[in-house]
Design a binder for this molecule. Structure first.
Ligand code: PRP
Ligand code: URA
Length: 211
């Protein structure tokens, strides 16, 4: 039986393209890289939250009482450490009453398998979870994180990333067909050490000036 693919949204917006180009540029220094990451993630999170449920209530404007919508149900943002931290500030700025969890994962650079070193999340049941990880490469980290979050009760997860590789999209589709992906770009492929081509290099290193 053919497996359904998760919805993949590649944000097609000139501002997103412009910001992504700055992130790709090898000359971009960490301070500007952080600035661009924050701005691009604002665009991505706006897209990821497009279908959040709302409920109609009433509000008194200075002129009259009117019906108006408010968000129904909570949102939890979970950055995958470290690089996902570059997307977190946009989530906490944009989303009212957002809960924040942290998933500490690191790729073993020899095996490319993710290793979990920390997990702390608020209640996830009944809340929309935004999993924040800028690079979807082999998909191992995102798929592993999605499994950990489901074990903690998450039922509605979206992955917000900056650059995705076809290999990562396919793996997430295979392991978590219910997890939708919002990305600024779908690149060509992975190279033989698991980096996205053309990509932008190591996001965590560029964000924090390490490496
Ligand atoms: C990077 C990136 C993802 C992961 C993607 O993290 O932030 O979490 O690699 O690769 P995958 O799709 O093949 O799993 P990294 O392990 O470099 O850790 P860092 O965020 O601490 O730099
Ligand atoms: N992690 C990164 O930071 N960059 C890649 O290209 C792949 C994984």
């Amino acid at each position: 039986m053919e497996r359904p693919s998760p919805p993949l949204t590649i944000v097609d917006h000139p501002l997103a393209a412009h910001l992504l180009t700055g992130l790709r540029d090898e000359r971009t220094e960490p301070e500007r890289f952080r600035h661009l990451a924050r701005r691009l993630s604002t665009v991505l999170i706006l897209e990821a939250t497009r279908d959040l449920p709302t409920v109609t209530t009433s509000v008194a404007t200075p002129i009259e009482e009117t019906s108006a919508r408010v968000l129904r149900g909570g949102v939890v943002a979970v950055p995958i450490l470290r690089a996902g931290l570059g997307l977190l500030e946009a989530a906490t700025e944009l989303l009212p009453d957002v809960g924040v969890g942290y998933a500490g994962l690191e790729r073993d650079e020899a095996t490319l398998q993710p290793v979990s070193y920390y997990l702390k999340v608020p209640p996830l049941d009944g809340r929309s979870v935004l999993l924040l990880d800028p690079m979807l490469a082999t998909g191992g980290s995102a798929a592993f994180a999605a499994s950990l979050l489901k074990e903690r009760g998450a039922t509605a997860i979206q992955l917000v990333c900056v650059v995705a590789a076809p290999e990562g999209v396919a793996r997430l589709a295979a392991e978590h067909p219910d997890v939708a992906i919002v990305t600024a770009a779908l690149d060509e492929r992975l190279n033989d050490v698991g980096y996205i081509v053309p990509g932008l290099g190591d996001f965590g290193d560029r964000l924090f000036g390490t490496g």
